[in-house]
Design a protein around this ligand. Structure first.
Ligand code: IMP
Length: 216
């Protein structure tokens, strides 16, 4: 089936956003520059990838869901009601077995302040101090929407363990504290190419691109 048929165009969008390219446009429903950059690096040059910062009038989306899928759906739909074309959301987080799966969907405010990675990592180190069981995984759920309707959802995960202390300067969020299975280095040390090749986000996005290519 052709991409056109899967995603019929409609007019009268509140905001069409900037139009800079002949490529099909994918709007990533996030203001998190790190997430958007990783997605941009991975998706290659088939799409023009914009993020929510290109649409200053978009409303803040309250993440009131209790699962990654619920929150990813909320974000994709909220943006897709406002901007034309394909919208992709990413809801992700870190599940730690010794913490009964926390912080999970609340990963970004674990330390008290929304999006404060230093505080999140401090709390993680505090709670994991002296804990022997260190298994953890990153999860990512992505939702594609168009014209205010969900068209598909995808998920990815990467198993690993929580390190005793931060290692490395790269990546973002909990990357300095997370070593993926088979590695002693953290995601922050391994670098973006290695991380993207095995990460929760990379795995979810590989399914997104395969799905898009089927229709193209
Ligand atoms: P969200 O914006 O509600 O999806 O929150 C995602 C949060 O999970 C981020 O703020 C980080 O704390 C954490 N997180 C998600 N993906 C990653 C990653 O790839 N590396 C490190 N932390 C991540």
């Amino acid at each position: 089936m052709e991409l056109r048929q899967r995603f019929p165009r409609t007019a009268n969008r509140a905001s069409q956003g900037p139009v800079n390219s002949e490529k099909p446009r994918l709007v990533v429903a996030t203001r998190n520059a790190h997430k958007a950059e990783e997605i941009r690096q991975m998706i290659g040059d088939r799409f023009e990838v914009l993020d929510a910062t290109a649409f200053p009038d978009l409303p803040e989306v309250e993440e009131t869901g209790t699962t990654f899928l619920e929150n990813a759906t909320l974000k994709a739909l909220a943006v897709s009601r406002e901007v034309g074309g394909l919208v992709l959301s990413d809801d992700s987080g870190l599940e730690v077995d010794a913490l009964d799966g926390r912080p999970g969907v609340w990963s970004s405010s674990f330390g008290g302040d929304e999006g404060n990675h230093a505080k999140n990592n401090e709390r993680m180190m505090r709670e994991m101090k002296g804990v022997e069981e260190r298994a953890a995984r990153f999860r990512c759920v992505m939702v594609l929407a168009r014209d205010g309707e969900v068209v598909a959802d995808f998920s990815g995960a990467v198993e690993g363990r929580i390190l005793d202390g931060p290692q490395g300067e790269g990546g973002f969020g909990y990357d300095p504290l997370f070593a993926p299975e088979g590695h002693d280095e953290s995601f922050a040390e391994l670098g973006s190419e290695v991380k993207n090749g095995m990460s929760h986000r990379g795995r979810a996005l590989a399914q997104v691109t395969a799905w898009l290519e089927q229709g193209a």
